[in-house]
Design a binder for this molecule. Structure first.
Ligand SMILES: Nc1nc2c(ncn2[C@@H]2O[C@H](COP(=O)(O)OP(=O)(O)OP(=O)(O)O)[C@@H](O)[C@H]2O)c(=O)[nH]1
Ligand SMILES: C[S@@+](CC[C@H](N)C(=O)[O-])C[C@H]1O[C@@H](n2cnc3c(N)ncnc32)[C@H](O)[C@@H]1O
Ligand code: SF4
Ligand code: SF4
Length: 326
């Protein structure tokens, strides 16, 4: 359905857990975020009921995210349940890739269409540093496996941080020449406890693009790539993959916004950058009908703001990306 700004909202991002097996420096504090008791987290059945109700107001695409969605027990079963909802035509996953090689086959068999995998650096020791302990090799195996079994299109998410990986922008972009990979560069955003980090490290998309064009040649705009997100895509001459930019800070895409978020604790969040949430867990557990849930989801759509306040000085969210569902 349309919101107050004539935007068609058809994409639901579902955070299946706020836990994670990594602690990326721009996403979490060193000690991680405090773990929510299990009973506060929506069950697989409850998530499925929300998605079913969301189809009543026009949701057709679902993305599972987190925290790290692959640490959630029963994730494959959840994919199978969601794939059984006739109105849902796209089920995707955003993952750090650590557990992906071992689970990709069963997820695809259950009905997962495609994956977006986070990868900020090609240097193992840097990867270990930025994620506070992760193994780049495991992620790379996940990427290869996803390509091999056709979780297509396989997209990579690279958050660019000045002084950390800005010297690797062209190497990351070259992955789209060597492989049919879609490499997206994300502007660092000021979330929760990692907000200070993001102010120092922020690199605008225009600068990233000009670095790539200087070294690798002119980028040609690509009109269509499967997906519902905010990236704009380009191609290097002759490349099988593409390069995308997610310019959330310098050139916000709120005018094209098509999504709602469901947090792991069962709140609907109309906008990534607004603290406003609508509780669904209470109504779900008090026996709300599908129509009543759909009514609450419709209200969240009407509550969507027109744009975010990221440009304002010292703006930051109270929660981290992993708690909202990045
Ligand atoms: N500002 C803002 N940034 C977003 C929003 N949704 C996604 N992003 C950014 O885009 C990044 C990549 O998102 P993904 O989870 O890979 O999904 P996507 O790009 O929406 O998905 P597809 O285009 O469908 O493949 C996120 O980590 C965020 O940094 C949003 O609603 N607002
Ligand atoms: C919060 S994670 C959740 C899914 C999964 N754990 C992963 O890392 O892909 C989703 C995406 O948010 C991005 N992200 C986290 N913190 C961010 C920040 N401060 N600015 C921009 N993107 C951020 C990550 O790089 C990742 O691609
Ligand atoms: S970006 Fe993803 S992998 Fe990294 S700490 Fe956040 S939730 Fe975990
Ligand atoms: S910041 Fe809010 S309105 Fe803008 S694209 Fe993201 S969710 Fe949509």
């Amino acid at each position: 359905m349309e919101d107050r700004y004539q935007r068609e909202i058809n994409y639901l991002r579902v955070s299946v857990t706020d836990r994670c097996n990594l602690r990326c420096r721009y996403c979490m504090p060193p000690q991680g975020v405090s773990v929510v008791p299990r009973r506060e987290i929506l069950s697989l059945e409850e998530i499925t009921r929300v998605v079913e109700a969301a189809t009543e107001v026009g949701v057709k695409k679902v993305r599972l995210t987190g925290g790290e969605p692959l640490v959630r027990r029963g994730i494959t079963e959840l994919v199978r349940k969601l794939a059984g909802i006739p109105e849902i035509d796209d089920i995707a996953l955003t993952t750090n890739g650590i557990l992906l090689a071992g689970k990709a086959g069963q997820l695809k068999a259950a009905g997962l269409c495609r994956v977006n995998i986070s990868l900020d650096t090609l240097k193992p020791e840097r990867f270990n540093f930025i994620t506070r302990g992760g193994s780049l090799e495991a992620v790379w195996r996940g990427i290869e496996k996803s390509l091999e079994i056709g979780l297509h299109p396989v997209k990579l998410n690279a958050v660019v941080v000045r002084g950390f990986n800005d010297d690797e922008i062209c190497d990351l972009a070259r992955l789209s020449i060597k492989h049919p990979l879609h490499v997206r560069f994300i502007e660092l955003m000021p979330f929760g406890t990692a907000a200070g980090y993001s102010r120092e490290g922020y690199v605008p998309a225009a600068e990233i693009r000009s670095l790539i064009e200087k070294e690798l040649g002119q980028l040609q705009e690509v009109r269509k790539l499967a997906g519902s997100g905010p990236a704009r895509y380009y191609r290097l001459p002759g490349a099988p993959g593409t390069i995308g930019f997610i310019s959330a800070v310098s050139d916000h895409f709120c005018g094209r916004c098509n999504r709602l978020r469901l947090t792991a604790t069962g709140a609907l969040r109309p906008c990534l950058f607004s603290e406003h949430e609508i509780d669904l867990k209470g109504p779900l557990r008090r026996g709300a009908t599908r129509d009543e849930l759909a009514g609450l989801i419709a209200r969240a759509i009407q509550d969507k703001p027109g744009w975010h306040r990221l440009g304002q000085e010292n703006f930051r969210t109270r929660k981290n990306m992993s708690q909202i569902g990045g």
